[in-house]
Ligand binder design. Sequence first.
Ligand SMILES: *Cc1c(COP(=O)(O)O)cnc(C)c1O
Length: 426
Amino acid sequence: MDNKLKPETLCVQAGWNPGKGEPRVLPIYQSTTFKYETSEQMAKLFDLEESGYFYTRLQNPTNDAVAAKIAALEGGVAAMLTSSGQAANFFAFFNICEAGDHIVSATGIYGGTYNLLAVTLKKLGIDCTFVDQDAAEEEIAAAFRPNTKLLFGETISNPGVMVLDIKKFARIAHAQGVPLIVDNTFATPVNCRPFEWGADIVTHSTTKYMDGHATSVGGCIVDSGNFDWNAQAAKYPGLCEPDPSYHGLTYSKAFGKMAFITKATSQLMRDLGSIQSPQNAFLLNLGLETLHLRMPQHCKNALAVAKWLEQNDRVAWVNYPDLEGNKYRDLARKYLPDGSCGVLSFGLKGGRDVAIKFMDNLQLAAIVTHVADARTCVLHPASHTHRQLSDEQLIAAGVAPDLIRLSVGIENAGDIIADIEQALNK
Ligand SMILES: *Cc1c(COP(=O)(O)O)cnc(C)c1O
């Protein structure tokens, strides 16, 4: 579909273009396999000489339609769905890194991605240096080594809601001859399209706003097609040298701008699995059809809640990038002019104990390990996701012991505030 269509139209219509007599609504292709007439036809698919479906671990038409919608929304050339956001980031990294390689990443990222980079990829021989995303360009550039293969950051970090200076990160990455990979989960392409600011590859946990209803865990990788792998051929042998598992085919030569996603699909998905189920892709597509309506409501409600909290005597501090005086206000204005997201954090006077009492008294806002869906929810990291850490360790990890993470939903803002108020009064 025409990429010049506006995001609202792409949310509703992109990806699935039925022909005469075909279902208007994207069908769930609930089939592991696909039928062919001759052995020869199937052989061509296995050799990547022709494109087509043969086994859902590699590709499925429902998944491909949803991936195409997300690619259109991000302004990319190709995309691939994965079983989770974790799988999306792992595949995006592992597609261009192998044992002996190195990654530079922002520090203040999602805990799962931090563990992947700091612990699990290390076991595979891939090292990571973490940098302060707000540091000067020279300081970040100093973390690069000859074997560095990519730079990584999150448009809006989870849970710190720090806004990434994408243009600065792109400049640093490109000066080093590596791509910038940006996790755009919290902003979504409705609020920010990182490719417009120089990012090369975008990843998503579609579990969050894209699904939007907390029904399905999923992920996505989108390629802008802009990074010139051949110009750095020695750095990226996986893309620029023959693949012995495909009779010596070279992805960058055979597929051009589609090389990154084709390799991720035909090699990593083939060998490691992690496909999104077509059922979940169907639900994700339903979520995407209203993403452009939900994001403004999340942002409007979060800003109203943040402003209300800021003026309440019982509240010690509030962190939301769209608040005047927030450290990231200028970056948010630049990269997220229509609003950032629905997630904010705050602390109550009296610290940890008061935070727990407050949360137990909430009625509308549920205590759940989730963010970024239609229902308002809260989490106290010091008691939940980070409960093994002491207060000193919490502070070192950037999670204040009194930090309450609030994911503001799309209910009525007045009702959300009233719930917070009654819980504070108790
Ligand atoms: C949730 C999240 C992930 C992990 O996604 P899952 O779908 O839970 O595997 C990765 N990055 C960010 C920014 C997230 O919020």
